[in-house]
Design a protein around this ligand. Structure first.
Ligand SMILES: *Cc1c(COP(=O)(O)O)cnc(C)c1O
Length: 223
């Protein structure tokens, strides 16, 4: 893939400006650079450009990249479907797992974190539209999630993927519902979840308007 540094930096600052323009709390919002499209060599170039907060969706590539291009300034999030037998590839180094979508995965991540004596930050993936094709917990299932005892897990918030549509009001409604689910959980369980990972290249503006704190951006940065 051709990587144009000027273009990437220009696109990144456009998103920074959109954060100021659309978010109710721009100071809280982080841009997760989704680097799943890049091999190790390309990713190294992105590190050299000064970017340091990355999202990967394949455990093996995550493992291979942290072996070769890691440094202490980098933060690595995991955003994809996580198979239990691959938790070991990411558990030592992952900064935040966005994609906890079953209780058994939550328990298994807890166990692996316990084995290496660390506490791992995670997000619970929710699906407020009840589309069968999307992964994530339905709202009615969340009470079971917050009953789980997992001492080596720190639930920081929620993640969601909106349905594929260009309809701005539909997107905003979906993100607003997710925001409200987070507030409801905080009230009901007396928690303090503060992160909302929502919005990708084609819907991050709507997500920002509705309170996203992490936008996960890939293609928009290098188009
Ligand atoms: C690929 C991916 C993104 C980024 O998608 P773009 O459309 O390239 O911005 C965000 N979130 C998840 C979970 C992804 O898999």
């Amino acid at each position: 893939m051709e990587l144009n540094k000027d273009k990437i930096i220009e696109n990144y600052s456009k998103i920074e400006n959109d954060i100021k323009k659309y978010s109710p709390y721009p100071e809280k919002v982080k841009i997760l650079f989704v680097t799943k499209y890049f091999d190790i060599e390309e990713h190294q170039k992105i590190v050299n450009m000064g970017f340091n907060y990355f999202g990967e969706n394949k455990a093996q590539l995550f493992r291979d990249k942290i072996k070769t291009i890691d440094n202490p300034e980098l933060r690595w999030d995991f955003i994809g479907r996580l198979q239990k037998n691959k938790i070991k590839y990411i558990i030592k180094r992952v900064n935040l797992i966005h994609s906890i979508d079953t209780i058994s995965l939550l328990e298994e991540v807890n166990e692996k974190a316990c084995e290496i004596g660390r506490k791992v930050d995670v997000l619970i993936q929710v699906n407020v539209s009840h589309e069968e094709t999307k992964t994530g917990f339905h709202v009615s299932e969340l009470s079971d999630v917050f009953k789980v005892r997992a001492d080596n897990i720190n639930i920081r918030g929620l993640m969601t993927m909106a349905p594929l549509t260009d309809d701005e009001s539909e997107l905003r409604k979906y993100f607003r519902e997710t925001f409200e689910v987070k507030n409801d959980i905080n009230k009901k369980y007396n928690l303090n979840l503060d992160e909302l990972s929502m919005g990708m290249s084609n819907d991050y503006k709507e997500a920002l308007m509705e309170g996203a704190t992490i936008v996960r951006i890939g293609s928009k940065l290098f188009e």
